[in-house]
Design a protein around this ligand. Sequence first.
Ligand SMILES: Cc1ncc(COP(=O)(O)O)c(C=O)c1O
Length: 407
Amino acid sequence: MNPAELYLDFPLLRDNDDEERLIFLDNAATTQKPDTVINAVSAYYRESNANVHRSPYRLGEKSTDLYESARSKTARFIKTADDKEIVFTRGVTESINLLATILSDQLLKPGDVILLTEAEHHSNIVPWQIIAKRCGVKLEFVKLHGDGRFDLSEIESNWNPKTKVFSFQHASNVLGTIHPVNELCEIARCKGAVSIVDGAQSVPHFGIDVSDMGCDFYTFSGHKMVGPTGIGALYGRRELLERFDPAFGGGEMIKRVSLFESEYNDVPHKFEAGTPNIAGAIGLGAAIDYLEKLTMKKVESMVNSLAAYALERLSTIEGLAVHGPQTDRTGAISFWMDGIHPHDIASLLDGDNIAVRAGRHCAEPIMNWLKRPATTRASFYIYNIREDVDRFIDSLNRIRGLFKNVS
Ligand SMILES: Cc1ncc(COP(=O)(O)O)c(C=O)c1O
């Protein structure tokens, strides 16, 4: 693995007929997939396809072994010693909806409070709004300050004793901010609330240790860390997974079923009703293998140094303001260029074969906080190189020039 040429492992970035190489800077939305992940998914369908946990023949055992070994890799990757604390889901959105359903049915009472933050992705807001309407719980929000951080003492002093759930992101998909999750989990624990951490933008970027963090639940999506779409994981403390009944019923999640009653399966299977995304889980396992071979330390340092270089070069562009912190951040950089709408910037960059996101990034409350209708976001990952930053900056300077001539 040559870190300077990782893009050669990614067919979409490597096998490109365009004159200029595609510069993919929309990694906070989803990442490209290396050959090893694509091949693992394809090999599963070619060589091992059978349903899991129920097929009494060797092919079925092979498929089950591959699926369960992906669960073990996932557990090891986020540092829980207990594979049974890993529930496969479609990703963060499904995990949070699952938790919202379970907790509203089995923990929350009318008048209770769910604490979220102003920085959340819609997937950590809307599921809670749905259950708040349905069961009369209240939503409260931690405020953002400065360059996009929370004030821990403000959280403690404003804590509503009726708060039963505190659900927050580990890192922002808009500002790149990395939040102090250990401290946030500690506050939730001391106050007797269930903590839920959205790891969509953190698990891809640095090593995660859920045991050290002390969270109750932690979730992430495979497609943002070179894995397939439609697969992710929900970590839950064993004691909590055992305490709560499942939200969905069907095959696989039961031990016995009679016409009026069922006995549920053990964790984690009681939360995985129906045929799971077997190929996706195996692909996620291959993605973890890929990142572990590189090491998460290296992933972190590569993306950090690229983001630092991009921030330095962005600061030279006239009328461009970066939102979010300069340090202690991931590779997601949102910015505003005076006089040019983010959608125009994105489509002009696309003309130079550079892919970025423009819009509200599924985080409208942050846009309101920033007082911007939208931003442009460049987000870096392991296969980006300094030359990508240079081409991106050259293109932005060209766009700046175009709009200067118009006005
Ligand atoms: C911070 C954050 N949370 C949640 C999500 C939702 O992830 P998914 O669409 O994979 O469920 C995203 C995706 O962009 C995200 O960036």
